[in-house]
Ligand binder design. Structure first.
Ligand SMILES: *Cc1c(COP(=O)(O)O)cnc(C)c1O
Length: 462
């Protein structure tokens, strides 16, 4: 049969708009712990939890029961009419987890929506101050970042390929500075202090360029996820950025949709940075994939300002604070605490780091292994010395992801590209569940090594 008619037939078999119309993914029929089972009998070690989502693995009975219990009570009621205990309990737990420095929780269904809400909240805060600052309309974010797919969030992100088609629709009032990306950004011989000072100067200059009194907030991921592949900031970086924000009266918004909720070994990634954000977004690991849920945690001064102002956040959605989603997130968060899973994230994370480095740091095409907690990235290079990336046409990271899923390996590795400059560069991301075991970590490291050796043995580096 001709290839094209085969594709046409495949398309007819599915009414779903799959991510790629030409490719119908293998059907998953069951998830259990760290494994996903496919219709064809294959078993996949889910080393990424999708996009760092499934923080408790699959099929957690306690979470499933909490969801059923909530459905049996009430599945939906509109937050403009009614409140529910589950949401109250979830919010109290989350606020408490910040040491009461962020004092309210807003809940919606996705990280993108959380970022939209964060932007509007920042804007509204300046309008509700006793002396309003309506001239604040701008945001400064960073290149090689991802903040979501809706137009506001996409405008904030610096992910070149995800922005590309929609550039003409994106907000003109967002500009971007360099990420903190030591592997490529720090100059030879430059100390962390000097690198941080240089980045702080760059941010300061950007405030000056756009007019410091026009900026609502600086926006950053504490550990960059999909766009850079698990890149933590160097020590002192976020503190220095916060000082620049404070100098100009702008807010600091930290996007912890991927890096937060325990992924980096503390419930909030900022706990390791010596800063508290004014606004924080959370997502992926919040509900662990059991239901769609994300949130915005809001600093006390912003809440107080709203309180003394209109008292109304002018932003509402039908499914905000959805009871069943809140029940799922509450169960996930309680399990993380009850089972002391952050300790396991730190211990298994240290093991994953040492196993990956032991097996792969000398591989000629592994340029950098970096991360934090159970959030690790491997960046690939054509030339280890010069750090030259592969030709994007080779699709190196996609090849690694696809090879990993083959029956010979059976592991999920999350591919990313554009690492270097938004276009060139390849990485993969590994994000096992918080309750993973030593045996699983060793298996993840050894399979990853074998996949990488296999893929690069077939790619010409000449
Ligand atoms: C995934 C992600 C988002 C967007 O979340 P969605 O749930 O996909 O809308 C925003 N920011 C970061 C850092 C993310 O990783």
């Amino acid at each position: 049969m001709a290839a094209s008619s085969q594709i046409a037939q495949e398309q007819q078999r599915s009414a779903v708009l799959h991510r790629d119309i030409h490719h119908i993914p293998k059907q998953a029929v069951r998830g259990e712990g760290s494994y996903i089972f496919l219709e064809n009998g294959q078993k996949i070690l889910d080393a990424t939890g999708g996009a760092a989502v499934s923080c408790l693995g699959h099929g957690n009975d306690q979470v499933n029961q909490a969801i059923v219990a909530q459905i049996n009570q009430i599945s939906y009621c509109h937050t403009a009419f009614f409140g529910i205990k589950t949401f109250e309990e979830l919010a109290a737990l989350m606020v408490n987890s910040t040491g009461n420095r962020l004092t309210k929780l807003f809940v919606i269904s996705s990280g993108s929506e959380a970022m939209e809400a964060a932007m509007k909240l920042a804007r509204q805060y300046f309008l509700e101050l006793s002396t309003p600052q309506p001239q604040r309309t701008r945001f400064i974010a960073r290149r090689q970042s991802y903040h979501g797919t809706t137009l506001g969030a996409l405008s904030m992100g610096g992910h070149v390929s995800r922005r590309e088609l929609f550039e003409p629709l994106l907000l003109p009032n967002v500009s971007h500075v360099s990420p903190c990306y030591a592997y490529r950004g720090r100059k030879d011989g430059e100390s962390d202090e000097d690198y941080v000072a240089r980045l702080a100067n760059e941010l300061d200059a950007e405030f000056q360029r756009v007019g410091p009194e026009t900026v609502c907030a600086f926006v950053a991921e504490p550990v960059v996820g999909a766009a850079l592949g698990c890149v933590p900031a160097v020590p002192g970086y976020l503190q220095a950025m916060k000082r620049v924000c404070e100098k100009y009266g702008a807010l600091l918004i930290l996007d912890e949709v991927m890096s937060g909720m325990g992924r980096c070994g503390t419930l909030h990634a900022w706990e390791q940075e010596g800063v508290v954000p004014d606004i924080q977004t959370i997502g992926k690991g919040f509900g662990g994939g059991y239901l769609p849920i994300a949130g915005v945690l809001i600093g006390e001064h912003i809440v107080d300002t709203l309180d003394k102002g209109t008292g109304v956040f002018r932003h509402g959605q039908t499914y905000q604070g959805h009871p069943v989603a809140c029940a799922a997130a509450l169960a996930v968060q309680k399990i993380i605490r009850e089972q002391n899973l952050l300790e396991n994230v730190r211990a298994m994370g240290a093991l994953l780091e040492s196993e990956l480095k032991r097996r792969l740091k000398d591989h000629p095409n592994v340029g950098d292994i970096r991360g934090r907690g159970l959030f690790w990235g491997i960046e690939f290079v054509k030339d280890k010395k010069t750090k030259e990336p592969f030709d994007p046409k080779l699709g190196v990271s996609a090849r690694v992801q696809n090879t990993a899923l083959e029956p010979a390996y059976g592991i999920s590795l999350y591919a990313g590209a554009g690492t270097v400059d938004g276009v060139r560069g390849d990485h993969i991301l590994i994000a096992p569940p918080y309750n993973t075991t030593k045996e699983e970590i060793e298996l993840i490291a050894s399979l990853t090594q074998r996949v990488i050796e296999d893929v690069f043995s077939k790619i010409s580096t000449s």
